[in-house]
Structures are given as structure tokens and as C-alpha cells.
Design a protein around this ligand. Structure first.
Ligand code: PHE
Length: 433
């Protein structure tokens, strides 16, 4: 059977390398530079790394090939690709859910992803301004907690990040995504090399090498810090899928812009190889600094924001290299987040006939709102607004079966008092009063 002759209405990558850069940009993100080191640290080092490598190769690469081939064959957003393929090959329609699930999961991931990316952006001026110089781990921990206690600032950085993503996705495949990764990926790589060089010169490099690459077989079989081999394996599979951007339609949609002549196997191996190399190099940038100043590697999600910052604060030229680190982390998050937005954006262009700009704006706004809702837990407000103002009144009346005065009281509460109270609490938390 011949390859599909369809073309994508969104255009095609300028070259095979543009695709590889973009997919690597998607894969390399917070997962490599923020999550990988802390998960390794929590699970006890080399034992986790070995399993992770096995899963990337044995599970990640085949699934990545599957996603790329689906995208390239269908040449549409994941939802429409699945729908077309189900129709063409007479397969069960329920598989279209796969496309929808990706979009949904993408929004959920994006809502925390852009919050963490916002922390990273906030750390650029903080680190450059010398906030961590000679501050002990306790003080750095307080500074991090302090940032988390200032919702207005968090919302601001989250908004800046979403705006950056909109700026790229709204310009389309060639002049948006491709142009961004052509600049950001080499910059990212350069920064990473600089940081490893720094860690080699100034940090406990040998100790970090041993920690990452010399697994203790006994510890591996016992499951390291994870407690059992099963738990350790589960963590490694999860990390492998997340770091390779699989299961969210991101790689699928990028595959839909790939030339039919390019080898999917080769490309997948290059992308997974680059992603893995960058995760390991990120480990070699982070751990030498952590060990050099005698800090523990198992501090969890705060590892790069607290432990590493404390490390930089005690090292020569730490403010400079610390700043570079958070620029690097922000770039990595940026090239990943745009790939999470792309499936939903492409879908809106295809099914609504919207312009790219409009589709990207709607997706960015929805992700922005979800990020705020999730950051500030405002879901209850939406329930109140919908039930109080949107749903026909007789539906609520019929369901609640209250006496007239009771119903009126409830309606007044849910229409006026509840939203007002939530908004006031929210404004208060933002420091408006
Ligand atoms: N791979 C990205 C990272 O490691 C995250 C991601 C997941 C991006 C799913 C796109 C889709 O940070």
C-alpha cells in the first residue's frame, strides 16, 4: 500500500531537520531539566536511570514511531486524523477519543506546566539580582515559598508565559513553530554545554557521574528509594512517556507536517536520543553543584528552585550561571508548551475555519484561565455562575423541590453572594485590600 498523498492545510516543515528540532523542542522541557533530576534524586540515582534508559528505548521509541506515522498518514489535527482513519479503514469510531483525550490531557498538563514555567521566568530576574548570593538552603527555601505566597506575581508570570506561547503558535507552522525552534534549540544546547562546563570546573563532577551512572545492582532489584522494583519501574515508564511528549497528540501533530519521504524510524531515534542526552546532561549540570555544596539530592520538586539555587549562591559567578540556568529552563518549557497547544489549535482551524490567530488565542486563553483556576482553585465559581445564571431556572426548581421562599433564598445566594464571596477572597489573596 502506498503512503498517503494527503497534504496538511497547515503547511509542512521546511526540512526534515526542522521537524527533528521541533519534536526535540517538544520533548526537551521541564521534564528533562526540572523533573528528571528531582525524580532521579528521589529514587536514589543510577538504579532509576538504567530503567529509564531501557523504557525510552524499548517503549518510548516504538510509541513515538506510532504517533508520527498516524499524524503523517492523516495529515490533520489528532482528532480529525483519528476520525479520518477510523472512517477509511472501518475501525471502531471510539478510537477518536484518543484524539480528544490528548487535547484534554494537554490542557490539564499545560495548566500546571505554565505555572512552573512561570516560576522559572520569575527566577531569572531574582537570580540575576543576586537574591541567592550566600543565602543558605533555608533562606533560599523561604524565598521560594515567598514567591508561591504572592499569587499576583505567579499569575503575572503565568500570563507572560502563555503570551509567549501564543506569539509562536499564532504564526503557524513555518513562521511560528519552525522559526522559534531554529533559534531556541541551539541556544538551549549552548547554555546547557556552558553549564556542564561550569559544573565540571567548579562542582563535584566525579561524584555526580558516579551517582547517575553507577547503579548498584542490589539497590536496583530492591527498587532504590522507590521501595520496590515495581514502583521504580512505574516511575521510569511515566518519566519516559512524559519526557518524550507521548500520548498527548503533540508528536502526532508535528508528524502531520513531516515530509512523506523522511524515515520515521531514523527521526524517532534521533529525537529520543537527543532528549535522553539532554536529560542526562541536565543531570550533569545539576548534581555537581548540589554535591559540591553538600546538599541532598532528594528534595523533590524544589530541587532546582531551592537546592540548586542555594548551590549557585555559594559558587563563583553563581548569579551569572544561575541566571543562565533559568533562561535555559524557560526556553525548554516554551518549546514544549507550544507543542501542547498545537493539536487543539489545528483542530479549531480545521473544524471552525478560524484563522490561526483566532484559534491560537482561544486555546491560549483557555489554558491561561485553567492555569489560574487550578492555581487558585476557583472551579466552584464556575459552578455557581452556570447554575445561577445560565441553566434555565425551572431545571433547578424541579431538581431541588424546595418551597418558594427556600428556593428564592438559595437562588439569591448562588447568584450573588457566592460569586461575590469567592471574588472577594480571591482579590484579598492577590493583596488588593
Ligand atoms: N516532553 C515535555 C517535557 O519533558 C512535556 C510534554 C508532554 C510536552 C507532552 C508535550 C506533550 O517537559
Amino acid at each position: 500500500m502506498a503512503r498517503s498523498q494527503r497534504t496538511s492545510i497547515h503547511g509542512q516543515w521546511g526540512s526534515r531537520w526542522a521537524f527533528i528540532l521541533a519534536a526535540t523542542g517538544s520533548a526537551v522541557g521541564l521534564g528533562n531539566i526540572w523533573r528528571f533530576p528531582y525524580v532521579v534524586g528521589e529514587s536514589g540515582g543510577g538504579a532509576f536511570v538504567v530503567l529509564y534508559l531501557l523504557f525510552v528505548l524499548g517503549v518510548g521509541v516504538p510509541v513515538m514511531m506510532g504517533e508520527i506515522l498516524l499524524g503523517r498518514h492523516g495529515r490533520q489535527s489528532p482528532i480529525n486524523t483519528l476520525s479520518t482513519l477510523c472512517r477509511e479503514y472501518g475501525t471502531q469510531r471510539a478510537w477518536v477519543l484518543l484524539g480528544w483525550l490528548g487535547v484534554l490531557a494537554g490542557f490539564i498538563i499545560l495548566s500546571f506546566y505554565s505555572v512552573v514555567a512561570g516560576w522559572s521566568l520569575a527566577y531569572v530576574p531574582m537570580t540575576a539580582g543576586g537574591a541567592f548570593l550566600d543565602a543558605g538552603a533555608d533562606r533560599v527555601g523561604e524565598l521560594f515559598a515567598g514567591l508561591l505566597d504572592r499569587p499576583l506575581e505567579l499569575v503575572l508570570w503565568h500570563s507572560v508565559f502563555m503570551a509567549l506561547c501564543f506569539a509562536v503558535v499564532s504564526r503557524g507552522v513555518r513562521s511560528g513553530l519552525e522559526k522559534a525552534v531554529r533559534f531556541l534549540m541551539p541556544a538551549l544546547f549552548l547554555l546547557l554545554i556552558l553549564l556542564v562546563g561550569y559544573g565540571m570546573g567548579a562542582g563535584a563532577f566525579a561524584e555526580a557521574m558516579r551517582y547517575l551512572f553507577l547503579p548498584d545492582l542490589g539497590e536496583l532489584l530492591a527498587g532504590g528509594e522507590a521501595g520496590s522494583l515495581g514502583a521504580l519501574m512505574l516511575g521510569a515508564v511515566g518519566q519516559a512517556f512524559f519526557t518524550l511528549s507521548l500520548g498527548m497528540g503533540a508528536i502526532m501533530v508535528y508528524g502531520s507536517y513531516l515530509s512523506s519521504r523522511s524515515s520515521i524510524l531514523q527521526n524517532s531515534v534521533i529525537i529520543a536520543g537527543a532528549d535522553t542526552a539532554i536529560a542526562l546532561i541536565a543531570g550533569l549540570a545539576v548534581f555537581p553543584i548540589v554535591f559540591a555544596v553538600g546538599l541532598e539530592p532528594d528534595s523533590g520538586a524544589g530541587l532546582v528552585f531551592i537546592t540548586l539555587s542555594a548551590g549557585f549562591g555559594q559558587m563563583p559567578a553563581g548569579a551569572l550561571f544561575g541566571t543562565l540556568f533559568f533562561v535555559l529552563l524557560s526556553f525548554a518549557a516554551w518549546t514544549s508548551a507550544i507543542s501542547i497547544m498545537e493539536p487543539a489549535t489545528a483542530y479549531l482551524v480545521e473544524n471552525r475555519g478560524w484563522s490561526r490567530r483566532r484559534a491560537a488565542a482561544v486555546v491560549a486563553l483557555a489554558a491561561w484561565a485553567m492555569g489560574i483556576l487550578s492555581a487558585l482553585s476557583l472551579g466552584g465559581l464556575l459552578v455557581a455562575l452556570y447554575v445561577g445564571w445560565v441553566l434555565p431556572r425551572r431545571v433547578a426548581e424541579a431538581e431541588l423541590q424546595l418551597s418558594h421562599p427556600m428556593f428564592s433564598a438559595w437562588l439569591t445566594l448562588i447568584r450573588w453572594l457566592v460569586p461575590l464571596a469567592i471574588v472577594l477572597v480571591f482579590l484579598n489573596a492577590l493583596g488588593v485590600f
